[in-house]
Design a protein around this ligand. Structure first.
Ligand code: ADP
Length: 260
């Protein structure tokens, strides 16, 4: 990766109309990437122009969730052309490394790549630009947050106290670097049994609302645990576009409507 001279993309410009949503979480495994991919698809289903930057550099999973694993971006006019996926534009470190090779880059190299993804990718004039941040409050997520102008942070947590506590730290970090915390998304809030119809709160109750209160922001939505969501993610077919009648797709579409 070379350092860009002139930004090729206008989404980072101060007067750009693109809404930048940075999706964060306190730890891995709470569904941050699943939420990013499916929220992006839900915004797309509502007719918006959407771009997705997978900045979860060590744990990239967006290409798989959007069905574009293994694609290789091409350069045009010294800029990188994003990969199209279901009407969206996508960029990920996953396109540049082999799937089974560990990424052993250190922070500054990673930041060089992320900066290039922000400035040197031919993003269209997007309505929404979603960034899947690395989890936690380490150097890399902090540096990425600092590079983003006018980003609104969305914090993903499960209802479980262990997830809420670490997610709160991410929200506080975002504030410290002057970003607005748009709200909290509670994932894996409940499971409706497909046989008996009973609702089970496997990870407890109320964590998302509690986190929103602690961060002085709002609870944007609660997403159920649903097998279809996991299956759709594994198949690269986001639910809002491929199974819009499922319970979880409706939850994503409502969430997108609330954000848009
Ligand atoms: P993170 O990005 O926070 O590490 P992922 O988005 O990779 O987490 O999700 C972890 C796993 O949980 C994935 O296998 C994903 O398919 C699954 N998953 C996430 N949210 C849900 C949900 N609401 N229902 C069912 N499976 C989910």
């Amino acid at each position: 990766f070379r350092q860009p001279r002139q930004p090729k993309s206008r989404i980072m410009a101060d007067d750009s109309q693109t809404v930048i949503l940075a999706i964060s979480s306190g730890k891995g495994g709470v569904g941050k990437s699943t939420v990013t991919a499916n929220l992006a698809a839900a915004l797309r289903a509502l007719g918006y122009k959407v771009g997705v930057l997978d900045a979860d550099i060590y744990g990239f999973s967006i290409p798989g969730m959007l069905g574009i694993e293994g694609r290789k971006p091409v350069a045009f006019n010294k800029a990188i052309v994003p990969i199209p996926a279901h009407g969206m534009q996508v960029m990920s470190m996953g396109f540049f490394v082999e799937a089974d090779t560990p990424l052993i880059w250190r922070g500054p190299m990673l930041m060089g790549a992320v900066e290039q993804f922000l400035a040197d990718v031919l993003w269209d004039d997007l309505d929404f630009f979603l960034i899947d941040l690395p989890p936690g409050t380490g150097d890399v997520p902090l540096s990425i947050m600092q590079k983003l102008p006018r980003a609104q942070i969305v914090v993903v947590t499960t209802p479980q106290p262990a997830s809420v506590t670490v997610a709160q730290r991410t929200g506080i970090m975002a504030r410290k670097v002057q970003h607005e915390v748009l709200g909290v998304i509670e994932n894996m809030s409940y499971l409706v049994c497909s046989k008996c119809g009973q609702r089970h709160e496997i990870f407890g109750r109320g964590g998302g609302r509690e986190l929103a209160e602690k961060l002085g922001t709002r609870l944007l939505g609660q997403l159920p645990i649903q097998e279809e969501l996991r299956e759709a993610a594994d198949a690269g077919k986001p639910v809002a576009l491929f199974a819009p009648d499922s319970q979880v797709a409706r939850a994503f579409l409502e969430l997108a409507g609330r954000i848009a």
